[in-house]
Design a protein around this ligand. Sequence first.
Ligand code: FAD
Ligand code: DLZ
Ligand code: SF4
Length: 542
Amino acid sequence: MSKPLLLVLGDQLSLSLSTLQNAPADAVVALCEVAEEAHYVPHHIHKIGLFLAAMRHFAQALREKSFQVHYSALDDVDNTHSLIDEAERIAQQYGCDEIRVARPGEWRLWEAMQQRIDATIPWRLIEDERFFTTPDDFSQWASGRKQLRLEYFYREQRKRTGLLMEGDEPAGGKWNFDHDNRQPIKAALDFPDLPQHGQDALTKAALADAERHFSDHMGNLANFNLPVTRKQALVDLKHFMQHGLSQFGHYQDAISDTAPFLYHSRLSAAMNIGLLSPHEVCAAAEQRYYDGDVPINAAEGFIRQILGWREYVRGLYWTQMPDYKSANQLGFERDLPTFYWNANTDMRCLQRAIQMTIDNSYAHHIQRLMVTGNFALLCGIKPEALCDWYLAVYADASEWVELPNTLGMVLHADGGLMGSKPYCASGKYIDKMSDHCQHCRYSPKQVTGPKACPFNSLYWHFLENNAERLNKNPRMKLIYASLSRMSDDKREAMRQQAKSFLAQLETSTGYGQSSHTQGYSRTTSNVAIKRNTTSKSDTNKE
Ligand code: FAD
Ligand code: DLZ
Ligand code: SF4
């Protein structure tokens, strides 16, 4: 009779996790805090605090359910600070004869675990069943298709799950109500405040440990307010359903100079670490629609993000890795602008999106896609640098969801596998969807000259530079036709404007690092618990 070690990773904090089902009575559950996971990219301190606090609460919940739990804490003297080594050490300590783990959220761990399948204490990888689909389901759907379009995948999931279905027909008569969902914020709106979560002794200790070990990372824990228990996550879910969902659709694409969350749910981190299931979140939104409390465009728009996009990017990730990660179709080579780490820029839209990120470890989708993402696309930032940034700074970031969004959706680096055209836009788009430009020293209406919005010349420069790869794309035809109608003088002036902007753009290789110094590397070998010598005031905010 086998005695397994059941390894529960930091983003697997669900009692329904397949690893925990049908466990023999003598099984040992292990949760491991390890420095390697906090350092492989320099995670925002809210994200580290979230993982530590949520893991500690989950260990407590497991003990209450009578599981035998081994918890490796950051300060344990015998902690090896690597997930693989730590699991093997604990398995040996308890006399376990196999290590069971559900599919992790990142390829690097999956690969490391696969390599240990025949180890002295063998690893057994099982499917993570907490999603609507498995990678095998996605693979079957994708097989034989020339294009892997979200819309078709999404419709199939609606039919499979019956969510917002009335018989064989979509509720409201249409599959997609996006047409109604593109409103900018014209008047002052009353955005719902997020619930404030209390901090018990366990949370306080976890945050103190995060602060003690990682105070040089981005952000400040003083305003930490992420849900760290299932109970707190359920409070957020209920609050969003009552106060945010009805307007979610209309203002899904809007950007505000002052409000970080608008009518977004901020449920991604809770869902990604396992405190909420995507099924219960979608079911709650569907119920609000059938109860007549929210319009169809809101319920459908919201459910599409989870049942559609979230599942779709996960399927893409697991079926395209590991080659996916090195895709760079447009041949981008520039390092990340330094201001992505400190928000020190006079471009108001970027300043606000990055400052909100520093403050909350959160930015909503359109800030990620059309502000920081769009700017990186137009400047030609190399995928590796941009992916590491998104992975580090957002509390909800895990590579299975971050990578396709950054590499595929933002950088068009996968050659159009994910999106039929790049999401590139000039300052005009940001002006239309936000109230940033009125606070900016630049003008979105000018393309050249000292007051011209940098997005404008960069936009045309990007189109010119990538014409060979993009001008045959039917969805880009109109825009290339506009470019070709411009006079040579105008094009030359825009080209020069963009080039001089890019020439003076300061870039860095990592958090608080200039291009000339050593940045954080993806495979850092130094995983010891230590304080970094760079002080917060040098790198972040005063
Ligand atoms: P809401 O706007 O309330 O949407 C509801 C839910 O839908 C989200 O909680 C999320 O689970 C899901 N969702 C929405 N859009 C997407 C999407 N494009 N892909 C997958 N799920 C989606 N999301 C992450 O969860 N982790 C990431 O690491 C991540 N990285 C991103 C990187 C880039 C460059 C971009 C453009 C998007 C990224 N997203 C990521 C997707 C999206 O921006 C976030 O899910 C969303 O902003 C989270 O905020 P919310 O919970 O308020 O979402
Ligand atoms: C992000 C993170 C952090 C900061 N710390 C831990 C940790 O100490 N232990 C752990 O199991 N997971 C952590 N994580 C999440 C991991 O980096 C990783 O993404 C998931 O465990 C993969 O499923
Ligand atoms: Fe951003 Fe340009 Fe508007 Fe300034 S003018 S806020 S840089 S879009």
